[in-house]
Write a protein that binds this ligand. Structure first.
Ligand SMILES: *[C@@H]1O[C@H](CO)[C@@H](O)[C@H](O)[C@H]1NC(C)=O
Ligand SMILES: *[C@@H]1O[C@H](CO)[C@@H](O)[C@H](O)[C@H]1NC(C)=O
Ligand SMILES: *[C@@H]1O[C@H](CO)[C@@H](O)[C@H](O)[C@H]1NC(C)=O
Ligand SMILES: *[C@@H]1O[C@H](CO)[C@@H](O)[C@H](O)[C@H]1NC(C)=O
Ligand SMILES: *[C@@H]1O[C@H](CO)[C@@H](O)[C@H](O)[C@H]1NC(C)=O
Length: 518
């Protein structure tokens, strides 16, 4: 996700389709000060939910869940952090909901990432995903948010599968501001539709994962045959296949890639070298991802976590395609074949040996032997591999990788008295991402590790009671982004899961100087 500073000047002005009154303060500014009443724990966390009239979606399921979890939670600061974060997407990010101009049954939801008025495919998928825990039927209020998000993502992925963030649909009446950046991108795209065009493979996985969540929770298979979902799946399968091409053909001749990107930027991570094509790749069966889930440029294009996510969900959603009478012949088999080829590529090229002699997953490889040993906080990450459904948490290579990622061996391991978590070159060394501490807890079965990770998240909000993008591991007062929708969503999801998986965790104290009883 982009840092807000880069695009702070680009705002989308409110049109007739707005869901909240113009008298409501923008959450961008609202989230920059602490609101009362403060929680009664040592961290005195602010109450950051907007006033009821200023919330962008009301869900009785979410309000019930908040009451239920608060009642189960012993620690007042943990309770407040959950109460602020779990509803954050619904409270603040549903900029517009409506239906398609040419089909009044096709719901659409424009979900902004937080402090930037554009819809990222990956962020929106991750912002909505936590509500899976309360989605039980296609008639639930929250089900319409899933359908609206999937339908609008499908439209974008048909129009510009190589792009990653998008402007409001014309139906919304929201007026997009000018997109000020100077880009040279192939293939070209419509500047009235696209906000930024970084090709990030996890967008495909995110779309399929959200689709799969909706399908498994509601069983509503008909939905997928009614609108543009099948066309979107064909669009991403074709784009993914094109992005598997190697740099050199069998005769040695250079094959120009289908996608290239150059932009004027202060940072080397914001553009691609080699005339916008990034470094050469060999054929591996995996799909290139010139940009990472942080929106930063990759070093080597075969990003292992994004390929893990895609392999899992191409396979999982082929079952939906199979059940649709109007599905193109052979599409489900093509998805399963591609998933198998990607998986074989990951296992052949992505498992590498560390200088210490351990077998772990690399973060990125090029198929020539080039390997980038690191992990990044943004999800999909190596740390999150079992959460992507790619492997079981007890997998030996994963356990090696996890230990390596959560150690000084990982160049982006950020340790200190405030928080110990993976960071990201998107910010800088020493800036730990609470999202990675949350993912550490979500991938652990060890109560002490879980409690310590949650404790570090609770003590790193600087009294705001919201999840920051990054926090200086030595100074909780230095952080980035007051409104980071994705981070809030993942925290809410984690607590909802512990309420089921390990309810005793919610009985713990997360106050300072607390010594865990385990
Ligand atoms: C949510 O409910 C409040 C009343 O509690 C109402 O004022 C507000 O308009 C509702 N928001 C939406 C988006 O329907
Ligand atoms: C709170 O939890 C207790 C049991 O733990 C239960 O009896 C009570 O009904 C709950 N209250 C609410 C509002 O959920
Ligand atoms: C409806 O409109 C969308 C975009 O506005 C377009 O992509 C789609 O093809 C249209 N569908 C039909 C059935 O005309
Ligand atoms: C490139 O990939 C091919 C298989 O597609 C493989 O035979 C060859 O050894 C690879 N090249 C290198 C340098 O690893
Ligand atoms: C790993 O966990 C799975 C279930 O989660 C189990 O079926 C399998 O036996 C476990 N393997 C090992 C080596 O413990």
């Amino acid at each position: 996700m982009l840092s807000s500073s880069l695009f702070a000047a680009i705002v989308v002005s409110l049109g007739t389709g707005q869901v909240v009154s113009q008298s409501c303060p923008s959450y961008s500014s609202y989230s920059q000060s602490r609101h009362e009443p403060y929680s009664t724990g040592a961290y005195a966390l602010a109450y950051q939910r907007p006033a009821p009239g200023c919330r962008t979606f009301n869900s009785t399921g979410v309000e019930d869940a908040i009451l239920r979890i608060k009642n189960q939670t012993h620690d007042p600061d943990l309770s407040r952090l959950f109460e602020n974060t779990f509803p954050n997407t619904l409270d603040t990010a549903i900029k517009w909901r409506g239906v398609a101009a040419n089909n009044s049954e096709e719901e659409l939801a424009f979900i902004i990432t937080g402090d930037i008025d554009a819809m990222w495919i990956r962020d929106s998928a991750n912002q909505v995903a936590p509500y899976r825990s309360i989605l039980k039927s296609k008639t639930d209020d929250i089900a319409s948010v899933f359908r609206g998000t999937i339908n609008l993502q499908a439209r974008y992925l048909i129009l510009s599968p190589y792009c990653n963030s998008f402007l409001p649909p014309p139906e919304s009446g929201l007026k997009p501001g000018p997109n000020g950046a100077t880009y040279s991108v192939k293939p070209s795209y419509d500047h009235n539709v696209v906000f930024t065009c970084n090709f990030e493979l996890d967008d495909f996985g995110g779309f399929l994962q959200l689709s799969h969540d909706y399908y498994t929770q509601t069983g509503d298979v008909d939905f997928f045959g009614r609108f543009q979902w099948l066309q979107a799946v064909q669009s991403i399968v074709a784009a993914a296949d094109a992005m598997r091409a190697p740099t050199y053909g069998p005769d040695g001749a250079w094959i120009p890639p289908v996608y290239s990107f150059q932009s004027q930027t202060m940072t080397s991570m914001g553009t691609l070298g080699n005339n916008g094509m990034n470094y050469p790749v060999n054929f591996t069966g995996m799909v290139r991802s010139p940009f990472r889930p942080s929106d930063d440029a990759a070093i080597y294009d075969f990003q292992i976590p994004a390929n893990m996510l895609l392999a899992r969900y191409l396979d999982a959603t082929s079952a939906i395609v199979e059940r649709l009478p109007n599905a193109p012949k052979g599409l489900a088999a093509q998805m399963r074949d591609m998933a198998g080829e990607i998986r074989a590529g990951i296992e052949h090229w992505g498992v590498v040996t560390t200088p210490g002699g351990q077998k772990i997953y690399a973060y990125e490889v090029d198929g020539f032997g080039g390997q980038n040993l690191m992990d990044d906080a943004n999800i999909p990450s190596l740390l999150s591999a079992p959460r992507l459904g790619y492997l079981d948490a007890n997998d030996t290579v994963y356990q090696n990788t996890r230990g390596w990622v959560l150690s000084r061996n990982n160049p982006w391991w950020c340790a200190g008295p405030v928080i110990n978590a993976v960071g990201s070159p998107h910010i800088k060394p020493g800036a730990a991402w609470p999202m990675a501490a949350i993912m550490r807890a979500m991938t652990s079965d060890d109560d002490l590790e879980i409690i310590n990770a949650i404790k570090e998240v609770v003590q790193s909000t600087d009294g705001f009671g919201l999840i920051h993008e990054s926090v200086n591991s030595f100074d909780a007062g230095q952080w980035t982004r007051s409104w980071f929708g994705w981070g809030n969503a993942v925290f809410g999801q984690m607590i909802m899961e512990f309420a089921e998986r390990k309810p005793h965790i919610l009985q713990e104290s997360f106050q300072p100087f607390f010594i865990a009883k385990y």
